[in-house]
Design a protein around this ligand. Structure first.
Ligand SMILES: Cc1ncc(COP(=O)(O)O)c(C=O)c1O
Length: 456
């Protein structure tokens, strides 16, 4: 066709795009921001952000590294890998810096690992939203296996063995199991015994263990030890971590993986570096410089992480207490900054008054009617009708760094005015939610609650 005969009007495209929904944690963040823009009351309990300021010494190191413009090695700089090896050695896991690979956050490292391993992958039920989503993106199937009661993050070893045998008998190639130590969403930490048994099953069934230890330094009781599968099955365990949680630097995007020594680890490293070289080339050089400082664990950063751990413990405990007082079943979190209540005891009222049948219904109700943003257990692999929700209260620590620093320094953080106000508001919402009487606020009428401006 001559060029001048081409149609001039743009034609709409109908490409057969692959549908990839926004990760639920990011989606709830956007929904809360929308409600805030509309001037609604909001209590942001959806997004897993650490909610504390970055330590000034780390900011100084980032600035000092700002002139590093070169890409650098795919695996990460030698000083970063040496510092990370030291970090793990101090936790009882002697590490060869050559087996460290860094990436722009642990999320892409996890995706690259799942892609490199290349078979179906067992994930705990419940577990962090992205493991299953990443498996699907990598064209493998996630297989959910329930965790033992009170030990989130590790699939029950007996159920794992059973699931692998059944899946393989059905022709599936299960190659890996993911564990989260400590866990998101439950805020619990699996016992040494359970981790050892998981390692035994992984050996018997020839599974790679991907141990996501991003919350390792945020166990509320500092005397409690985290037992990594890398200690019991070193030949098959990959450990990941990042600056995002303990150092509250999620936006800096810096994660690290510790690969096993030996022929399998070498082959995995080669594959991981191949994927990394095609996707992110190297992690940001100035951030690597700051991360090398962070992983060398100077006293000022250790003290900052300590303070944040105390703050998380106090506020998570207070939030769990509010849910318990409202009649929910809830475990006191042991680590990180999540609470995972089960509102099943309120099911009859929730269904009769609000038509709630699933956790997603419950989360819609909480957001649209009360301005409370939390995530349904179904986003974490739970059955739709289980009324469990993941609550992430760390954005209540303050609206600015001044408030967050005050919360960090407070001997009793739950009594800091803006945190106490938010906690009281949560109690009001939960009391109204579980109230068996008539619906008091109907239609567009706002519940009688305090304005968002005073609570973050
Ligand atoms: C269990 C778990 N693993 C991994 C990540 C990803 O963290 P990043 O990519 O920031 O290192 C998160 C973030 O929420 C998480 O909760």
């Amino acid at each position: 066709m001559p060029v001048h005969d081409l149609p001039t009007e743009p034609r709409p495209l109908h490409p057969p795009l692959r549908h990839v929904p926004l990760s639920p944690t990011l989606a709830v963040n956007e929904a809360i921001a929308r409600k805030k823009r509309e001037g609604a009351w909001v209590l942001p309990l959806g997004f897993g952000e650490a909610g504390i300021p970055i330590h000034p010494a780390l900011v100084r190191e980032l600035a000092a590294g700002a002139d590093r413009g070169a890409y650098g090695p795919v695996a990460g700089s030698a000083p970063l890998r040496a510092a990370v090896a030291g970090y793990w050695a101090r936790r009882g896991l002697p590490t060869d810096p050559g087996m460290i690979v860094s990436g722009p956050g642990s999320k892409p490292l996890l995706f690259a690992l799942i892609t490199a391993i290349g078979g179906d992958v067992v994930v705990p039920a419940p577990s962090w939203v992205s493991y299953a989503a990443q498996a699907t993106l990598a064209n493998v199937d996630p297989v959910f296996v329930a965790t033992p009661p009170g030990e989130g993050g590790v699939p029950s070893p007996a159920l794992l063995a059973d699931a692998v045998v059944r899946a393989r008998a059905a022709g599936r190639t299960i190659r890996a199991v993911v564990v989260t130590l400590p866990d998101n969403p439950t805020g619990t930490l699996a016992s040494e015994e359970t981790v050892r048994r998981l390692c035994t099953v992984a050996r018997e069934h020839d599974l790679v263990i991907i141990s996501d230890e991003i919350y390792r330094d945020l166990v509320h009781d500092p005397s409690r030890q985290v037992h990594s599968p890398a200690a019991f099955a070193p030949e098959r365990t990959v450990v990941t971590s990042s600056l995002s949680k303990a150092h509250a630097a999620g936006g800096w995007r810096l994660g690290v993986a510790r690969l096993p020594e030996g022929p399998f680890g070498e082959a995995l490293r080669a594959s991981l570096l191949g994927i990394a070289s095609e996707i992110w080339s190297s992690s940001p050089a100035p951030v690597q410089h700051a991360a090398a400082f962070a992983y060398s664990e100077p006293a000022e950063l250790v003290a900052h992480v300590d303070r944040s751990r105390r703050l998380h413990a106090a506020v998570m405990g207070a939030v769990a207490d509010r849910f318990a007082a409202a009649g929910a079943r809830v475990r006191r979190p042991e680590a990180a900054f999540y609470v995972y209540p089960d509102l099943d005891p309120l099911r009859a009222t929730l269904q009769a008054r609000h038509g709630v049948r699933t956790a997603a219904d419950l989360c819609d109700l909480l957001l649209e009617r009360y301005g409370v943003g939390v995530l349904p257990g179904s986003s974490f692999g739970e059955p739709a009708e289980a009324l469990r929700v993941r609550v992430a209260p760390s954005l209540l620590y303050g609206e600015n760094d001044e408030q967050r620093l005050e919360a960090l320094a407070a001997p009793d953080p739950a009594t800091v005015p803006w945190i106490a106000t938010a906690l009281d508001r949560l109690s009001e919402v939960l009391a109204d939610l579980g109230h068996p009487g008539e619906v008091q606020n109907t239609g567009n009428e706002e519940p009688v609650l305090i304005p968002a401006a005073s609570v973050a």
